[in-house]
Design a protein around this ligand. Structure first.
Ligand code: SF4
Length: 198
């Protein structure tokens, strides 16, 4: 049975904002239903403090800003939110990486948090096949700044038919660039017009 003392992991969608348009994202797939509530709201740090005060979940290990239907780094209070949770638990962040300034990514890296960068290609052309609106140069500048500042970066590569042949190159790039891990996941969003590989 569920009990607050057994909770170790919480996924939080911090905002209703995202700066890009992945075709398999529910933001796009269900746009007729949800379009009117997108890009309108942020969860406030004060509310997070009320909902999840230190010690309330005694076995909490990780707060995961999961980025499934939002881009957490667009939140204007993001660094303060990360600092709040880091004061009593671990933090993981999933991002498209094509946001903010290098100063922001430096500040995040200095906190030595774990960040999963969603990079499903090795250059602008291959990245934007799925990450529509993302800027490869900006993502690259941001991951380099983050890693150089001490952040723990994971390269997350969603495998599609269009990029399967680039997987080994991406893996080598992740090693050369100082990522701690390379993680593949297979696309399951089959209604998006994207094809599941294999
Ligand atoms: S980056 Fe994440 S939230 Fe934004 S469109 Fe892509 S899957 Fe959706």
């Amino acid at each position: 049975m569920w009990h607050k003392d057994t909770v170790e992991w919480i996924d939080i969608e911090l905002t209703s904002y995202c700066n890009i348009h992945c075709p398999g994202c529910l933001r796009q797939e269900m746009n007729n239903e949800v379009g009117h509530i997108l890009n309108k709201s942020y969860i406030k740090l004060n509310d997070l403090k009320k909902w999840i005060p230190p010690g309330y979940l005694p076995n909490l290990q990780v707060i995961n800003f999961c980025g499934s239907v939002d881009e957490p780094t667009t939140h204007p209070q993001f660094i303060d939110i990360v600092d709040y949770f880091l004061s009593f638990t671990g933090v993981n962040i999933a991002t498209n990486g094509s946001t903010r300034t290098v100063n922001f990514w430096k500040e995040l890296g200095e906190r030595k948090v774990s960040v999963f960068f969603g990079i499903d290609g090795i250059d602008q052309q291959s990245l934007e096949q799925y990450r529509v609106g993302s800027n490869f140069k900006k993502v690259q500048e941001n991951w380099r700044t983050f890693i150089n500042a001490g952040g723990k970066a994971t390269w997350q590569f969603i495998v599609f038919d269009h990029n399967h042949h680039l997987m080994e190159k991406a893996k080598q790039m992740s090693i050369d660039e100082g990522f701690k891990k390379f993680r593949t996941i297979w696309s399951h969003r089959t209604n998006s017009g994207e094809v599941k590989y294999g």
